[in-house]
Ligand binder design. Structure first.
Ligand code: HEM
Length: 469
């Protein structure tokens, strides 16, 4: 029988808990250097195996929903969302999967991209001519507004957006990996009150949507119109669970990686110059950036990809072992948690050229290091549960980067931000940027005409700006 993975020494009773709750990235990297890409931890009474690398990831994703269970690993999330997506048993998930995926079907992205630009531009307009921002604090409401607008529609975003996100905060704070979710703790009561209030807000909206379905085009409407295989409609409870789960899955993750993308670019002026040249050549302030133009923004896209590699928001992905499983030379016993260390896997020296270096050109034709194996990069997961919002998130991060650099000069005041961990995502701490609005350029007349035709949200402002003929 194969041995269990080598154990990283810890303290009596708590085991490796202190290191695990601290800077996990440093702790995992140190453990990897000493024990290799498979090692084990003791977190209080729980045994965990950390595994990394493409082969291990393949085992991890192909065994998911069989020997490895997602719902059992993410159990504490069930009290927040009910039985949906990552908290659902494999049977429920299979019945639900096409509903979860409905808003991400082809053809919907141009609409989301327009929503993103409206919200990002409102943020940029609010910044004034110069100042300082903490990237994470400043980006968080932008990403929330994009999510509320795309998921629930413009009217909801304007009327209820803020109240909804405050309730969402209470829901989020009720996440606890230690205490049973039905204990009478104040934070659990607050979570349940927030859930009840969300229900009060959303149930009448769903009822209205069920009767006037042809008037809406957003993610909520996709869920309202979806049907199970037996043609039954999706109950309100499940729709509300799906909406809040999308917000959970997509918001802190996107904020973290968007902020890291800007930080890394400002730390690497040579690559930033290529990105800036691309933005200046392919986009114009006030002119909507369509999907076709976005597809040509190669240097920006590689910067976004390099952030996914070096700073994956989901730095570990969890499962629970239902039976003994073998990974490489080791056996992971039934009952253990299994953690796929995405960040370790993304920094393996035998997989990437100078793996610790920031080098977005590693994705360029001729190198394409990400293509060595299907699971070389796992920042958005893999297999059946691979992130449904990956393209949405990548487009949003590309637009945030492009529009910010298009309209502002930036300087990173703290060149070495540390990492902080929020629920399920890592982000730069203390990433303060000084910004100065660029002088307004003359807008070519044909750009104005195109913008009018495309329904640009800032056309009025543009028409007041100087034109060239
Ligand atoms: C940078 C941003 C994001 C990152 C790094 C990220 C990462 C991930 C990862 C690693 C998984 C797989 C989890 C697992 O296997 O245990 C996942 C799943 C998921 N993500 Fe994302 N995500 C991001 C943005 C989004 C957005 C914007 C949305 C929706 C609007 C979204 C919706 C989902 C959903 C619904 C799942 C579950 C899929 C399933 O179980 O079938 N994510 N994400």
């Amino acid at each position: 029988m194969k041995p269990t993975p080598p154990q990283v020494p810890g303290l009596p009773l708590i085991g490796n808990m202190r290191d695990f709750m601290g800077d996990r990235s440093v702790f995992f990297q140190r453990s990897f250097e000493k024990y290799g890409p498979i090692f084990s931890l003791q977190i209080g009474p729980k045994k965990m195996a950390v595994i990394a690398g493409a082969e291990a990831a393949e085992t991890f994703f192909t065994k998911t929903d069989g020997d490895l269970r997602m719902d059992k690993a993410y159990g504490p999330l069930r009290a927040m969302f009910g039985e949906i997506a990552f908290t659902a048993s494999p049977e429920v998930y299979n019945a639900q999967r096409h509903i979860l995926h409905a808003p991400f079907k082809g053809g919907k992205m141009p609409g989301y991209v327009r929503v993103m630009q409206v919200e990002i531009q409102q943020w940029l307009d609010s910044l004034g001519t110069s100042g300082e921002i903490d990237l994470v604090e400043s980006l968080a409401p932008v990403v929330q507004n994009v999510a509320a607008h795309a998921i629930m529609g413009e009217d909801f975003r304007k009327r209820m957006g803020r109240e909804f996100w405050d309730l969402y905060e209470d829901l989020n704070k009720g996440l606890d990996m230690v205490f049973p979710p039905n204990w009478p703790l104040p934070k659990f009561r607050k979570r349940d009150r927030a859930k009840a209030r969300m229900h009060e807000i959303i149930a009448p909206i769903i009822a209205e949507r069920r009767t006037n379905s042809n008037q809406y085009d957003d993610m909520l409407q996709d869920f309202v119109e979806a049907r199970y295989k037996d043609d039954s409609p999706v109950p309100d409870e499940i729709i509300i669970g799906l909406i809040t789960a999308l917000m959970f899955a997509g918001h802190e993750t996107t904020v973290g990686q968007a902020a890291w993308t800007i930080v890394e670019l400002l730390k690497h002026p040579d690559y930033l110059a290529k990105v800036q040249a691309e933005i200046d050549e392919k986009t114009f302030p006030g002119k909507p950036i369509d999907i076709g133009t976005m597809a040509q923004m190669q240097y920006v896209a590689w910067a976004v990809d390099e952030t996914t590699r070096l700073h994956p928001s989901a730095d570990m992905i969890m499962r629970a072992a239902e039976t003994d499983i073998e990974v490489g030379d080791y056996r992971i016993p039934k009952g253990w948690m299994v953690l796929l260390g995405t960040e370790i896997g993304h920094r393996l020296p035998d997989t990437f050229d100078d793996a610790e270096a920031y080098d977005p050109l590693r994705y360029a034709p001729g190198r394409e290091e990400q293509k060595q194996h299907k699971y070389t990069i796992t920042g958005f997961g893999g297999g059946a549960h691979k992130c449904t919002g990956m393209n949405f998130a990548n487009n949003e991060m590309l637009l945030i980067t492009t529009m910010l650099l298009q309209q502002f000069e930036l300087e990173l005041l703290n060149p070495n931000p540390t990492r902080s961990y929020s629920v399920g995502a890592n982000r730069p701490a203390g990433a303060v940027v000084r910004y100065k609005r660029k002088a307004q350029q003359a807008i070519p007349a044909e750009v104005v005409a195109q913008a009018v035709a495309a329904g640009c949200p800032h056309i009025t402002a543009m028409q007041d700006a100087p034109h060239t003929n």
